[in-house]
Ligand binder design. Structure first.
Ligand code: ADP
Length: 265
């Protein structure tokens, strides 16, 4: 085959085309494989809470409902699992809308610092005592054009992760700096960190460093995958730096909207 190909290549240059076709097939196979893996992940993620609920409901039906000590606890478990499944299905719907590009950004120009501080304020009201917040933001106005609902969701997710994965407490630091034409945002924690080999994968759908722990915390494994899609839809990038046992920093960038730019034209 190789000999034939080289003859064809010499005479017609056709081989380049053939190589491209082969390349496309592997690309397609990769997509198919990812799709199969995704479906299997979704099924597994739904089966786990469903089987848990089934056993608790069975126990209740078999008489546990009469036990005033146990019954409320069993009901609470089924409620928690239901809530998580609803979150999961909502996250899945959102990803599927993003995949199909069936969404619009309702962009508005906002001062990012003001917007960011409001979200941090909300978390500060309900944060556990063993976590401290530190804000490292300059006092200047920084205008960005964002869909505030979607960006709130992104930031909510990053901050709740910082707290969730800091079981021993510590500081959560919030920073914003200007770099070239971009705003660079940072949320940094002193938590459990992420092993170096897994760092890039945390933005993949359903990827978790510690599946059992993450599930027990009520996560869907889709938060950072959604965050990545949304940041990229806004023209920015998102990445993580981390040291196991020391802490994690999530960075993202957003294009800066210079004040008044294009407003009067
Ligand atoms: P989950 O619902 O599991 O939290 P995410 O997509 O938000 O899903 O995060 C994916 C995984 O990345 C988490 O399960 C966790 O292992 C890891 N992770 C995310 N943020 C942090 C953090 N601040 N510290 C340590 N690990 C983190």
């Amino acid at each position: 085959l190789r000999a034939n190909l080289s003859v064809i290549q010499k005479e017609t240059g056709f081989v380049n085309g053939l190589i491209t076709v082969l390349h496309d097939i592997t690309e397609q196979e990769k997509i198919d494989m990812e799709r199969r893996e995704f479906v299997s992940n979704v099924s597994h993620e739904l089966r786990t809470p469903l089987t848990t609920m089934r056993s608790y409901l069975e126990a209740l039906a078999e008489g546990a409902w009469k036990d005033q000590e146990i019954a409320p606890h069993f009901l609470e478990v089924t409620q928690t699992e239901t809530e998580r499944m609803i979150r999961l299905v909502n996250d899945l719907l959102q990803l599927s809308r993003m995949d199909a590009r069936e969404y619009e950004l309702n962009n508005e120009i906002v001062d990012f610092n003001k917007f960011f501080n409001k979200i941090i304020d909300r978390f500060e009201m309900s944060k556990p005592e063993h976590i401290n917040f530190q804000r490292l933001m300059p006092d200047t106005d920084m205008f960005v054009e964002i869909d505030t609902d979607k960006m709130t969701q992104v930031i909510d997710n990053i901050i709740s992760n910082a707290m969730k994965y800091s079981p021993n407490g510590g500081n959560v630091r919030f920073g914003v700096i200007l770099k070239d034409d971009m705003l660079k945002v940072m949320v940094s924690d002193d938590g459990m960190g992420i092993p170096q080999d897994n760092l890039e994968r945390i933005f993949d759908r359903f990827y978790r460093v510690d599946r059992a722990r993450a599930r027990a915390m009520g996560g869907t494994g889709l938060g950072l995958a959604i965050a990545k899609e949304m940041i990229e839809a806004h023209g920015g990038e998102i990445w993580a730096e981390s040291e196991e046992g020391k802490g994690t920093t999530i960075f993202f960038t957003l294009p800066i909207q210079l004040e008044g730019e294009g407003e009067w034209e």
